[in-house]
Write a protein that binds this ligand. Structure first.
Ligand SMILES: C[S@@+](CC[C@H](N)C(=O)[O-])C[C@H]1O[C@@H](n2cnc3c(N)ncnc32)[C@H](O)[C@@H]1O
Length: 225
């Protein structure tokens, strides 16, 4: 078992099989039937790259996430809270995850996850309207976005502008076909990269395509200047 690039994500190799883990910030609680095991009283939870684009990006060699112990994270598109729960492990009890989704059905499940994890709060909101949660969410170290919609970049920029500290990191899962079904995914990813390169405020620090874990998806890590 080794920590990957000081990301607070750990890799276990068993022959050719690799599996990925976080140190559980709330040991004894399993919200997603994930595998767990203990080493010297420390509990590790397995995160599945087929279920989490964040884990897929790490499995594909992502070298920086900007998420540290103690980070405050705004997570847009948290859904049932699967990946968000592992981000909650990574930031630990000194950090906090604001987990937002606009679908009442999934936020209902998210509420149960947050009840067990003191460093996570659910928000039933539309990421298109940061002004609605401006009074609740403070300035954060990381904005994480996984919403498959056409204007993914516009939503991301709006939220980074409202909530991301300078020097903070933006993590963006891009679904090419949501942006433009007529273009090849790699063309869309290049346009996204060019878009960030043209922005005064951001530098792209890492980028991974997520196949074979997620078809036609890429994961960008950008840093706000
Ligand atoms: C692919 S799922 C996210 C999966 C989750 N990130 C994970 O890894 O566990 C996308 C989620 O984005 C949410 N979503 C899409 N557009 C949104 C918006 N404008 N505001 C808030 N949530 C949105 C959907 O309801 C859905 O739950």
């Amino acid at each position: 078992m080794e920590e990957i690039n000081k990301l607070r994500v750990y890799r276990k190799k068993d022959g050719r099989k690799e599996s990925f883990y976080t140190r559980s910030a709330y040991p004894g609680y399993k919200g997603f039937s994930e595998n767990t095991f203990k080493v010297k009283k420390v509990e590790y939870r397995e995160i599945d790259p087929k279920r989490s684009k964040f884990a897929a990006a790490i499995a594909k060699g992502l070298s920086q996430t900007g998420i540290k112990e103690g980070s405050n994270v705004l997570y847009l598109g948290a859904s049932h809270g699967y990946t968000a729960s592992f981000i909650s492990d990574i930031v630990g009890k000194q950090g906090f995850v604001f987990a937002l989704d606009f679908a009442p059905g999934v936020v209902r499940d998210l509420v149960f996850v947050c009840e067990k994890r003191g460093n996570m709060a659910p928000l039933l909101e539309d990421a298109n309207h940061p002004e609605r949660y401006k009074g609740i969410v403070p300035m954060v170290d990381v904005v994480f976005q996984d919403v498959a919609q056409r204007d993914q970049l516009g939503v991301f920029l709006k939220n980074c502008s409202a909530f991301l500290k300078s020097g903070g990191f933006g993590l963006l899962a891009v679904k090419a076909r949501s942006i433009d079904v007529t273009k090849k995914p790699r063309e869309v990813f290049k346009e996204v990269k060019d878009f960030f390169d043209e922005q005064q405020d951001f530098v792209v620090v890492d980028y991974r395509e997520l196949s074979p874990f997620e078809k036609d998806h890429a994961f960008f890590v950008v840093k706000k200047k």
